[in-house]
Ligand binder design. Structure first.
Ligand SMILES: Cc1cc2nc3c(=O)[nH]c(=O)nc-3n(C[C@H](O)[C@H](O)[C@H](O)COP(=O)(O)OP(=O)(O)OC[C@H]3O[C@@H](n4cnc5c(N)ncnc54)[C@H](O)[C@@H]3O)c2cc1C
Length: 361
């Protein structure tokens, strides 16, 4: 039996793939419903549809434009992105896993390991059970209890992703991103989810409340939020252990995110495909993950490290270079889920991007 801890996108999609492959799968989720609480903006590129078709009810908005704002510059570019209702998305994927025969145990919290058994607490009955299992997968997010129990929790930093739902009217076909010294080490975002509500957030390593309050006031003129949707965003670390004996980590538990944007949904679906292939065909997960996703995530990581050395003037210059027809055409053709051809083509068409490489060292 394969025990998967956590029914987020990583755990549920892996459960779906393994069950479809004829494996006996048990999926344990600590909450009494899948998908709550939401701690995510839910933006993905249209590449999500390479994995499976999204049901209409999962889609809050389709976005065709991004507005990128720096201290003294502002540009627009065409995009093809989807804003999802994250709770419905998580339920969709968990439902797919159950339809293939995976067993979902709600209100079951992983609390420890004991040899080849996992200890899970049935929260409704307040009882700890020991369950014998062949393989254990920690898909339990950035605070991964599985990683801690297996001694695999070292080696990655986390951004604080501070986000709230806020009352605001904006163009519902576009979203906004904000860069520069008011958003140290990451960026800010304002994403419509309905005609009068947006998801407004910032990521940073420290003083999150202060940065968020300033952004909220400057963008909306208000101080009130409707509800908080904050959480940790792990930064990809190529040296992080993702496998130890019969224990595997996936998704945020393995810090498999794009360091440029913090996006982890598509990388976790891709990692689930890799891990399913490794389990089904006896391949080495650490090596296969590096081969299939490692180079892309490393490129995101290097771009993030470069951006984090930018001054406000550097961001203004970067936006000016991006505001050209030839660059916009490339951004339309390649999205951030295919970063290697994206960066290669950007450098070919606009070699002045190389001027920023001085920050890479
Ligand atoms: C503010 C914010 C905004 C974001 N915006 C985006 C975005 O727009 N696009 C994008 O692609 N990514 C975004 N992300 C990142 C994205 O949310 C994660 O990368 C993604 O959710 C990872 O999926 P996962 O399945 O690995 O982990 P999670 O979604 O965290 O799922 C883990 C699951 O495990 C369960 N669990 C935890 N501990 C236990 C336990 N001990 N026992 C049993 N179950 C347990 C949890 O309840 C949860 O259901 C954002 C993150 C934050 C914080």
């Amino acid at each position: 039996m394969i025990s998967i801890i956590g029914a987020g996108p990583a755990g549920s999609y892996l459960a779906y793939l393994l069950a479809r492959n004829g494996k006996e799968v048990a999926l344990f989720e600590e909450h009494n419903t899948v998908g709550s609480p939401v701690q995510c903006t839910g933006i993905v590129t249209h590449s999500i549809e390479k994995f499976f078709r999204l049901k209409q009810e999962v889609i809050a908005k389709r976005l065709s434009k991004v507005i990128v704002v720096s201290k003294s510059n502002r540009i627009e570019a065409n995009v093809d992105e989807i804003v999802m209702w994250r709770d419905l998305f998580d339920r969709l994927v968990a439902g797919m896993a159950q339809d293939e025969g995976a067993k979902l145990f709600l209100s079951h919290k992983f609390v420890g390991l004991n040899g080849n058994s996992i200890k899970v607490k049935d929260q409704k009955r307040n009882k700890v059970k020991e369950i014998k299992t062949d393989l254990i997968v920690g898909a339990d997010g950035p605070y991964s209890a599985v990683a801690k129990a297996a001694g695999m929790d070292s080696g990655s930093r986390n951004y604080i992703g501070m986000q709230a739902k806020v009352r605001l009217k904006m163009d519902t076909s576009s979203f906004e991103t904000y860069f520069g010294s008011d958003f140290p080490d990451f960026f800010g975002w304002c994403v419509p989810e309905s005609e009068d509500t947006v998801r407004l957030g910032i990521g940073c390593f420290e003083n999150a409340q202060e940065h968020f309050n300033r952004f909220l006031k400057s963008r909306t003129g208000k101080k009130e939020v409707l509800c908080w949707e904050s959480g940790l965003i792990p930064v990809y670390n190529p040296k992080k252990a993702i496998q130890k004996n019969n224990i595997y980590l996936i998704g945020d538990a393995a810090a498999q995110t794009k360091a440029t944007t913090g996006g982890g949904i598509i990388p976790s679906l891709k990692a689930a495909q890799t891990l399913c292939d490794c389990i089904a065909n006896g391949k080495d997960y650490s090596k296969e993950f590096k081969r299939k996703s490692g180079r892309e995530l490393l490129l995101h990581f290097r771009i993030r490290n470069t951006l984090n050395k930018f001054s406000d003037t550097d961001y203004d210059r970067l936006l000016s270079l991006m505001d050209q027809e030839k660059v916009r055409n490339i951004l339309k053709k390649y999205d951030r889920d295919t970063p290697i051809p994206l960066v290669a083509n950007l450098l070919l068409k606009e070699p002045r991007f190389l001027l920023f490489s001085k920050f890479a060292f």
